[in-house]
Design a binder for this molecule. Structure first.
Ligand code: ATP
Ligand code: MG
Length: 330
């Protein structure tokens, strides 16, 4: 059984203009020990999924249909108390801006201790030892644990956030754009630490980012979302041999996957309005290969290779599309 099973998940946001379905019938498994990268342009629903997993959707957001099972247990159907028990101990999050994760009025050590104290009763000595280990792992000077968050640089705060996420040795760690706003060198260091959590400690990880290069470099599986839908999912070959024209477009937007810091999208036009999504393929309006069928009928995910699925009506023409997409991209 996969560690995390997302099943036909639909997540709605109520707005004054109507109900926006930010995640639509999305199914995705994350196996124990896997490092999954979730990519897609801004607004496609990545953080919404992370928030649903952690049980921290905003008040106007809710799981409307489907389920998220963690070790077989339904997260949307868990009580607040049950979710609180899981948080930090079983599932931890490294959020986008570390400042959001820390309370400015307490020292870093006090906050890590508090996360520990809510779950286990360790002696002061045990906690001190744990923070020694954690700070050594993330590369922070031990003495700095007595500092307040504002005394840390952005990169140091993010290291401290990783330490806090690791404090109780959780099995699953979600990192939602953990390096946004940091300079490229610090980004690399932070991503390296995050990857080590996976390689050294065998943790199951979900990394959310816009940055295809980061995912290609770090993750062992890749999921691509578009306008609330999962459009492609597989191993590294997703970027090497994409089957969905959206993934092809993303790959073109990163002609050199080593060239960091480039803004992703150069695909013309914008994603559909989620208040009134099209009936057919959501990408049809921007797809250079769209046919009448694409506007009339939504494509289902089909297997295109071992462990590789994509949702396009013209899977059998993917090789031809890939060649043409490359020409369009240049
Ligand atoms: P980004 O890469 O910019 O972080 P994302 O993929 O994480 O984007 P989400 O934040 O999950 O996207 O948002 C998905 C959709 O839901 C977007 O269309 C967004 O406008 C909408 N949305 C998000 N939060 C709310 C909210 N609290 N109320 C209404 N709509 C929301
Ligand atoms: Mg987001």
């Amino acid at each position: 059984m996969a560690l995390l099973q997302i099943r036909d998940l639909c997540i709605d946001y109520r707005t004054t203009a109507g109900t926006a379905r930010a995640v639509d019938k999305l199914s995705l498994d994350i196996e124990e020990g896997e490092y999954l990268g979730l990519v897609g342009e801004s607004g496609c629903g990545k953080s919404t999924i992370a928030k649903a997993v952690l049980g921290i959707l905003p008040r106007n957001g809710a799981v409307a249909e489907g389920d998220i099972l963690f070790r077989g247990r339904s997260l949307p159907h868990s009580s607040l108390q049950e979710l609180n028990r899981l948080r930090w101990r079983d599932i931890a999050m490294v959020p986008q801006s570390a400042m959001n994760g820390f309370d400015p009025v307490y020292t870093i050590e006090a906050q890590i201790n508090e996360a520990i104290d809510t779950h286990v009763s360790w002696s002061r000595e045990q906690k001190r030892k744990r923070i020694d280990e954690l700070f050594a792992f993330v590369g922070l000077e031990r003495g700095r644990a007595h500092d307040f968050p504002h005394q840390f640089s952005g990169g140091m705060r993010q290291r401290a956030m990783i330490a806090m996420a690791m404090a109780l040795d959780p099995g699953f760690i979600v990192a939602d754009e953990p390096t946004t706003g940091l300079d490229v060198i610090v980004q690399d260091q932070i991503l390296h630490r995050i990857k080590e959590i996976h390689t050294r400690f065998g943790k199951t990880m979900l990394l959310i980012t816009h940055d295809m290069a980061v995912v290609a470099e770090n993750c062992d599986r890749i999921a691509v979302m578009y306008a609330g839908k999962l459009v492609e999912h597989g191993a590294h070959n997703v970027f090497e041999t994409p089957f969905h024209p959206y993934t092809m477009g993303l790959c073109n937007a990163f002609p050199d996957l080593a060239d960091r810091g480039r803004e992703l999208i150069s695909i013309p036009k914008a994603p559909p309005n989620l208040l009134t999504p099209p009936v057919g393929c959501r990408f049809a309006d921007r797809c250079p290969f769209a046919a009448a069928r694409c506007r009339a009928e939504a494509p289902a995910l089909v297997e295109v290779g071992p462990g590789h699925v994509a949702a396009c009506h013209f899977i059998d023409r993917a090789a031809e599309f890939r060649m043409k997409a490359r020409d369009i991209g240049t």
